[in-house]
Design a protein around this ligand. Structure first.
Ligand code: NAP
Length: 346
């Protein structure tokens, strides 16, 4: 690919997008990114700093996911479009349609429709999620190999039950629907698990960062629920997007998960490197969590279908198609905690 032709990454202020942009700038690409409010430079100053230190160049556009034609100008002349921007909020949300479903779905339509109108586009890489693949951990019992694969789709979440998962599922479905109507560009989808690892900003409101601050800062010290998450390093996620964009042989969906661990496992791994941190050492009793969980956005149904159920993903396609070599979880978590300490967030 000609490195002078621009590539667009939507949502440059985000945790994941920032690492994609970092790697693209380091590789010398001309990167465009969209932000919601261009006048709020503090939200993307880190990208300007990376641009100053690398060969690549950066152009910042203002675009809201809900504005119909907002992405026409940023996409103009691009060969590759990475669509990463989407609200990531779990737990209690005030209005699931307005806060999650609408921006995820309309954003995908608006970005992909802009790509349809621009003849230069050859590839669209969409950041989906493992939550488009399954709804509740209990669904692992219906999988033949006891592993979720790219064949699986989340069929159980709705706007009122795990709305973030629902928003990602319908957005990815919409992307495949639009992609199948044309032959100009190919869609490649990345489905990361829970993304961890150092952030390029000191921003606290990203869900991955917020989780880590709470875990290491003592909020869950008295105990945690017995839930499991498939974990992946943010730097591996960025590389997966880049491989998907520039290797024309890649195709389809890609589960991007290193390992599935419990919240208590997170704490134990971190404690082995940072014994001074106020990390949880025990589980909250399940009956107590039935009382507390709903106050934190965990319904009884969610607790019933997820508590204590370990599940797994088949990540072999990410290795064979994208050539991903996963970092060790211990390095991911250690680097993340070191970044939080460096930025005085814990
Ligand atoms: P993040 O740090 O919260 O970033 C979300 C980005 O989306 C921000 O740039 C945000 O802009 C933008 N955005 C949200 N609503 C918008 C709107 N209406 N118009 C324009 N931009 C909007 O979250 P992240 O972890 O980087 O997530 C990025 C992507 O990865 C999302 O698609 C998410 O679903 C996916 N993903 C994340 C994880 C994870 O564990 N982090 C796992 C799987 C998939 P503002 O800065 O203006 O708010």
């Amino acid at each position: 690919m000609d490195k002078s032709s621009p590539v667009l990454v939507s949502g440059g202020t985000g945790y994941v997008a920032s690492w994609i942009i970092h790697d693209l700038l380091k590789a010398g690409y001309h990167v465009r990114t969209s932000v919601r409010d261009k006048s709020n430079i503090t939200k993307y100053q880190h990208l300007l700093n990376i641009e100053a230190e690398t060969e690549g160049t950066l152009e910042v556009f203002e675009a809201d996911l809900l504005q119909r034609n907002a992405f026409i100008k940023p996409v103009d002349g691009c060969e590759v479009v990475f669509h990463t921007a989407s609200p990531f909020k779990v737990g209690s949300v005030k209005n699931a349609y307005r806060d999650l479903v609408e921006p995820a779905l309309k954003g995908t339509e608006n970005v992909l429709n802009a790509a349809l109108q621009e003849a230069s586009v050859r590839r669209v890489v969409l950041t989906s999620s493992v939550v488009s693949v399954f709804g509740d951990a209990i669904e692992i019992n219906d999988t033949p190999q006891h592993k979720f694969t790219e064949e699986n789709w989340n069929r159980t979440n709705t706007e009122s039950y795990q709305p973030y998962n629902y928003s990602k599922t319908i957005a990815e479905k919409k992307a495949w629907e639009i992609a199948k109507l044309q032959e100009q560009w190919q869609l490649v989808v990345i489905n990361p698990g829970f993304v961890m690892g150092p952030s390029l900003t000191a921003r606290k409101d990203s869900t991955s960062i917020d989780f880590m601050i709470n875990l290491t800062g003592g909020k869950f010290k008295t105990g945690v629920p017995d839930f499991y998450y498939g974990v992946v390093d943010v730097r591996d996620v960025a590389q997966a997007h880049i491989k998907a964009a520039f290797n024309p042989e890649t195709s389809g969906r890609h589960l991007l998960v290193n390992e599935t661990i419990s919240i208590l496992d997170f704490a134990a791994i971190i404690r082995s490197e940072f014994p001074e941190l106020p990390l949880p050492k025990r589980l909250v009793p399940k009956h107590l969590f039935y009382l507390l969980g709903p106050l934190m956005g965990f319904s009884w149904k969610y607790i019933k279908n997820n508590w204590g159920i370990k599940y797994a993903f088949d990540n072999s396609y990410s290795k064979s198609d994208l050539g991903i070599k996963y970092r060790k979880i211990k390095d991911t978590l250690t680097d993340h905690v070191n970044q939080l300490k460096r930025d005085h967030l814990i």
